[in-house]
Design a protein around this ligand. Structure first.
Ligand code: WQD
Length: 339
């Protein structure tokens, strides 16, 4: 199939490109490089030995979007493009609503006009209300508590309304838990712009000496050691989930939602300890105050994806750290050229 991948140069996008290419599909990437690098696409081409077409443009540019549909004639879309920092979203909510929600509406309108009805959407566990029981199941209540999470929730609701209005749509909503790790080659990986918001890239930058220490956001939660527990999933397992979802849409119309997680939790201190052991580096840390908006524990029940898609995460947390470290150690400044 011809697959258009929005945000395909990003962390999850680049890893998914490799799996989609390996399945023999043709891909075109639509990316404004707002939080990604051309270098990641160069390396995807190198690893895959395949061509990856590129349209550098913004989802808010409907004419550019129309052009790429005219030129590439995609049969499906995997939609990653969007802003995704929880804290930042509270500072610049309008940028999040226009990039994420209006951008997605532009994409859906062009798909509608051109008869493209297969969509895999990158959603997030952040959409779940914080008073749900654990582990989280797809049918549980949504109730995002920050603008970023609300954009994902609103897009999920738009997709559900769209599917209800026109049964020809085939939509997979994938709720990511905490994606970490990197492709085994160490050539592509997570390269957050500026100070990493997320734990693993921050820990990896401390391990490689780019930063002095990790600040642990609170150790008084009701968890195994008082620090936050999360369901970390290897980005390669996550990418495989997208291929499985696409295959499912070949046989099933309608709108379908799946958690992509492991069902296993790891605390902040366990992350630091494991990463230190795997990297052989000491990782200094200090205990700081809780971060606003954090929950104590987030954990997936991944059984629906197992039952529907035959998909499960297979890589251990040690493997996630080992692969993340290989990427970080061989690219201490991410994709930035060594000056
Ligand atoms: C993990 C744990 C922190 C940094 C977010 C988004 C989610 C998705 C993944 C986009 C928590 C603790 C973190 C640090 C710390 N993003 N921590 N020191 O918050 O679970 O999820 O990123 O899709 O939508 O909500 O991930 O990596 O920020 O935090 O102690 O420097 O590490 O308190 O317990 P989170 P995270």
């Amino acid at each position: 199939m011809r697959i258009l991948v929005t945000g395909g140069a990003g962390f999850i996008g680049s890893h998914t490109l490799l799996q989609v290419l390996a399945q023999g599909h043709e891909v075109a990437v639509y990316d404004n490089f707002g939080n990604s690098s051309r270098e990641s696409l160069r390396r995807v081409r190198e690893i895959a030995g395949r061509e990856v077409l590129l349209k550098e443009a913004d989802l808010l540019d409907k004419a550019a979007l129309d052009e790429v549909f005219e030129a590439f004639q995609p049969e499906a879309v995997i939609h990653f493009a969007g802003l995704k920092a929880v804290g930042e979203s509270a500072e610049i909510p309008l940028a999040y609503y226009s990039n994420n929600v209006v951008g997605t509406l532009n994409l859906l309108n062009v798909m509608q006009e051109r008869g493209v009805r297969r969509l895999v959407f990158s959603s997030s566990a952040t959409v779940y209300a914080s008073d749900n029981g654990l582990p989280l199941v797809e049918s549980m209540r949504r109730g995002a508590t920050n603008p970023y999470g609300r954009t994902k929730q609103q897009i999920e609701e738009i997709l559900e309304d769209l599917g209800a209005s026109d049964s020809s749509w085939r939509i997979a909503i994938l709720r990511y838990f905490n994606p970490v790790g990197a492709h085994e080659s160490g050539l592509i990986g997570e390269d957050p712009a500026g100070t990493p918001n997320n734990l693993l890239p921050f820990v990896a930058q401390v391990a490689v000496g780019q930063r002095p220490r990790v600040r642990v956001f609170g150790n008084d939660y009701d968890t195994v050691d008082g620090t936050g527990v999360r369901d970390y999933i290897h980005v390669v397992d996550l990418a495989a989930g997208h291929v499985s979802a696409l295959q499912y849409l070949n046989e099933h119309a309608g709108v379908h939602t799946w958690n992509l997680g492991t069902g296993r939790g790891t605390s902040v201190l366990e992350v630091i300890d494991t990463f230190a052991r795997v990297s052989g580096r000491t990782i200094p840390f200090e205990i700081g105050a809780r971060r606003l908006g954090d929950v104590a524990t987030s954990l997936a029940d991944p059984s629906k994806a197992r039952d529907d898609l035959g998909w499960r995460a297979t890589r251990s947390f040690e493997e996630m750290c080992a692969d993340h470290w290989r990427w970080q150690e061989s690219n201490p400044r991410g994709y930035a050229p060594e000056n």
